[in-house]
Design a protein around this ligand. Structure first.
Ligand SMILES: NC(=O)c1ccc[n+]([C@@H]2O[C@H](COP(=O)([O-])OP(=O)(O)OC[C@H]3O[C@@H](n4cnc5c(N)ncnc54)[C@H](O)[C@@H]3O)[C@@H](O)[C@H]2O)c1
Ligand SMILES: [Zn+2]
Length: 387
């Protein structure tokens, strides 16, 4: 028997010969945990960031240009003070950065740095940086840990959570991507002080959606505190963001890889996405398109006698209070119904022939149907002034 050096690690296996009549099957499972910390104190954010950095030799920041100007210096200096080498990769603000070309530039920057498997990527910005930076981190060296530090309300309550990553392709939004959970999401609501009211309202639309599909308590909280939320009250916003994280996380855990397309989180998106496409990206914010989509989809539920008109009016009134579009007149331009129908048919083709509709029937309860007719959609649109 040979003797080994003291720190040698012995690996011993005794596999039998494979029997040729049996298929060889691999079954693997990835166990990912993501902690979401929501705070209104920068000190807490930094504490959690330090814990995530740990003894990483290098930390790469993938940071939105505007966010870097506003808040970059503090976070980068902090990471350096933690003893890490810091690499700052700046991404121009806006949806155009969610591209393969931008991902390739970032990968070049990471490859030129010392960043290695046990290091950390921090995605610092809105939903664009979370989608793009997370995907880059998940493909660099086949995946290195990343942390999201979201700075828009939409990213705090939606985009930075759930591990869905993507860049856009000329033919479709979010066409190229994957699934990988961040190691943590660190949300400091004081970053929202510099965000304009329109973007706050767009984030609120995704919160209201969660209230309708999954939580009467959450819907009621938003109704009761809408003025404070729109004014950026830190306490109310902290509750808003933490609860959104709890609701989205619970729903994602049921189906993290979206194997089942009957997802209540798609409420407002069956109409909202095509509206976004038809109006042109950037004309309407995503949350605004979803708000209008929720109204049309809820109207279909009312037409079917499934949703009480009183509840429908509560939804419309809450969205309107936020300044979100609920009628044709609120949209920045006339909505072309023919183009909208065409865009919806295209989605139907992509989805193998059926469009899924999330029709709310009560707060926290919805029916997922694929038999909504063009006539029903046209009637719901007409009721909102779209002819
Ligand atoms: N992966 C998901 O599950 C998921 C869910 C929802 C949305 N998304 C994606 O998120 C993106 C939209 O996210 P978004 O609305 O955050 O957009 P965004 O990242 O483009 O940010 C919006 C704007 O706000 C600016 N900004 C960011 N933080 C700021 C701050 N604190 N103060 C002032 N300005 C600030 C940015 O520079 C940008 O101009 C879309 O690409 C969408 O597809 C992804
Ligand atoms: Zn959405």
């Amino acid at each position: 028997m040979a003797t080994y050096t003291a720190d040698a690690f012995v690996v011993r296996d005794r596999f039998p010969l494979a029997r040729d009549e049996e298929p060889v099957t691999t079954r693997v499972r990835r166990d990912e945990a993501c902690a979401v910390h929501v705070t209104d104190a920068r000190g807490h954010l930094l504490q959690h960031l330090a814990a995530q950095i740990g003894d990483a030799a290098t930390v790469a920041f993938i940071v939105d240009e505007r966010v870097e100007t506003l808040y970059g210096a503090e976070l980068l200096r902090f990471a350096r003070d933690c003893g890490s080498e810091v690499v700052a990769c700046t991404v121009p603000s806006g949806e155009a950065s969610k591209s393969l070309a931008r991902a390739a530039t970032l990968l070049d920057q990471l490859a030129a740095s010392e960043l290695a498997r046990r290091d950390l990527v921090v995605c610092f910005g809105g939903g664009v940086v979370a989608d793009l930076g997370g995907w880059v981190a998940s493909s660099y060296m086949r995946g290195i840990p990343y942390v999201n530090v979201p700075t828009t309300l939409l990213a705090m309550v939606d985009g930075a959570l759930g591990g869905k990553l993507a860049v856009n392709h000329a033919t479709a939004k979010n066409l190229i991507g994957g699934f990988r959970q961040p190691a943590a999401v660190l949300a400091d609501v004081t970053y929202l002080r510099s965000l304009d009211r329109r973007h706050i309202a767009a984030g609120l639309a995704e919160c209201i959606k969660k209230g309708v599909i999954a939580s009467p308590a959450y819907f009621g909280f938003i109704e009761d505190h809408v003025d404070r939320l729109l004014a950026g009250d830190a306490r109310a916003t902290t509750v808003l963001v933490r609860s959104a994280a709890a609701i989205k996380t619970a729903l994602i855990e049921r189906d993290p890889y979206e194997l089942d397309l009957r997802r209540p989180l798609n409420f407002g998106h069956t109409v909202g996405h095509p509206v976004e496409t038809v109006m042109g990206y950037g004309t309407l914010l995503h949350g605004e398109a979803v708000a209008f989509g929720m109204v049309v989809e809820a109207a279909i539920a009312v037409q079917r006698g499934w949703l009480a008109p009183g509840l429908f009016e509560r939804l419309v009134s809450l969205l309107a209070t936020c300044g979100l579009p609920t009628r044709s007149a609120d949209l920045p331009a006339a909505l072309d119904v023919v183009a909208l129908r065409r865009a919806m048919h295209k989605v139907r083709l992509i989805r193998a022939g059926s469009l899924r509709w999330v029709l709310p029937v009560a707060l926290g309860e919805s029916v997922i149907a694929d038999d909504v007719t063009d006539a029903e959609v046209a009637a719901a649109l007409a009721a909102r002034g779209v002819q």
